[in-house]
Design a protein around this ligand. Structure first.
Ligand SMILES: [Zn+2]
Length: 82
């Protein structure tokens, strides 16, 4: 039996959370625009850890179970924002 896409997506998102808890990876800024609020976009559900970080602008319909993460600001931000 082949799991449905939404089941696969949910499992894939779960593995993101697990990886995050284990500190295997951390949220990065949006690939497209550099925003800090990002979703873990998984283009290939068979490789759930091959993540592309995209903000809501580029991932307008987050997959089921997706969580919006906040990328840590870089030292460059501190200078730019203030
Ligand atoms: Zn973006």
């Amino acid at each position: 039996m082949t799991p449905s896409v939404s089941t696969m997506t949910r499992l894939a998102q779960k593995s993101v959370k697990r990886g995050m808890n284990l500190k295997i990876f951390k949220p990065e800024r949006c690939l497209a625009c550099g925003a800090n609020d990002v979703f873990a976009h998984q283009p290939d559900l068979n490789r759930p850890l091959a993540i592309k970080w995209l903000c809501a602008r580029y991932e307008p319909v987050p997959p089921p179970g997706a969580v919006c993460y906040h990328a840590a600001p870089t030292p460059a931000d501190a200078g730019a924002d203030q």
